[in-house]
Design a protein around this ligand. Structure first.
Ligand code: C2O
Length: 345
């Protein structure tokens, strides 16, 4: 059976688990959302403005200030408001650190963990979808679209590193703020030159998007159904570059690689949403490659559900099957060069 959306009234204590394999320490924490007795089923909005998510490194100053303003307003909302910045970051913690169980699927002793399985892409797509709608509504701009951190192109580094900006986060690896990101980062810096890094990154992209992913399971990750213990194996893109990029940005001065380098804190850095915008873009690009690059057709995947708060503070239940086409959700990505497509080793 498909995994059913968690009963948020039963949200419990989270544990600390990181992107680093095997890293898990119990801790007391609270990342539960405000409760709501009413759940609405998702409906595609009618007459929605179409959104084009832009590449972060190509943003105009005007767009950056719009983004900045939206995040600032999100941070200024009362902490009890489900649209508040920290509340939104808590969504990631709740779905990834054991705060939710599979009680609504009849397995109260098994936790929900949306990473390392075929739920990785759809969960984050829906998460960003509502995040973006909240930002747009806070600045009264229905066309507002989340920028994507274009780490798959050599020119694409963008950290929003102005300390005065709402997009800034102090908990980032200071040594990595400039220069070329390492898409294969495993916690250790390499001696590679920038040119070698760029070449290596393009090869990683080609391998993870083309060579290693001739079927949907390899791309999306392993099956994860109700009653199953989490972590059946992440898909190619989730494993790399997704996780290395998290760890690349996470601050080594912090105990657990906060913010981007740990599940519970990742959503506290605005960069998370730009990072995942690009991860989501990879899903679209992968399907454009044609052939066997198709969505999973297993009904348990398609009928998996999650709940999120929308821009009107309504708790909405969504299904994986409704997020497969970004056009239907009202957005697409700015077309930019895809240099790794020509980087067959
Ligand atoms: Cu939910 Cu990039 O992790």
């Amino acid at each position: 059976a498909p995994l059913a959306a968690p009963d948020i009234s039963k949200c419990g204590t989270n544990t600390l688990s990181g992107f680093k394999p095997g890293e898990s320490t119990p801790t007391v924490g609270d990342c539960c959302p405000p409760d709501s007795s009413q759940i609405m089923d998702f409906k595609f909005p009618t007459n929605q403005a179409f959104k084009v998510r832009p590449a972060a490194h190509l943003l105009s100053p005007k767009y950056i200030s719009k983004f900045n303003e939206a995040i600032k307003r999100m941070k200024e909302l009362p902490e009890s408001d489900p649209r508040n910045f920290l509340q939104q970051a808590h969504i990631h913690c709740a779905y990834c650190n054991g705060a939710y169980t599979q009680s609504s699927s009849g397995f109260p002793d098994i936790e929900i963990q949306i990473h390392n399985s075929w739920l990785f892409f759809p969960f984050h797509r829906w998460y960003l979808y509502f995040y973006e709608r909240i930002l747009g509504s806070l600045i009264d701009d229905p066309t507002f679209a989340l920028p994507f951190w274009n780490w798959d192109t050599p020119a694409g580094t963008k950290f929003f590193n102005d300390p005065k900006s709402a997009l800034f986060d102090t908990k980032r690896n200071q040594a990595h703020l400039k220069g070329v990101v390492d898409l294969g980062y495993n916690g250790k810096d390499t001696d590679a030159t920038d040119i070698e890094k760029v070449k290596n990154n393009l090869a990683i992209m080609y391998r993870q998007m083309v060579t290693n992913v001739t079927d949907p399971t390899a791309f999306f990750g392993g099956e994860y159904r109700a009653g199953k213990e989490p972590i059946s194996g992440g898909g190619s893109m989730e494993q790399s570059p997704h996780t290395p990029v998290h760890r690349w940005v996470g601050d080594p001065r912090e105990t657990n690689g906060e913010n981007l380098g740990n599940f519970y804190s990742a959503g506290r850095d605005t960069l998370f949403y730009c990072h995942h915008s690009n991860v989501d873009r990879m899903w679209s690009l992968w399907k454009m490659l044609g052939g066997k690059h198709k969505d999973i057709t297993d009904p348990d995947w398609l009928n998996t559900s999650f709940v999120f708060y929308d821009e009107n503070k309504n708790l909405v239940r969504v299904y994986v099957k409704d997020c497969l086409l970004t056009n239907q959700l009202g957005y697409d990505y700015q077309r930019v060069d895809v240099p790794w497509l020509n980087s067959k080793p």
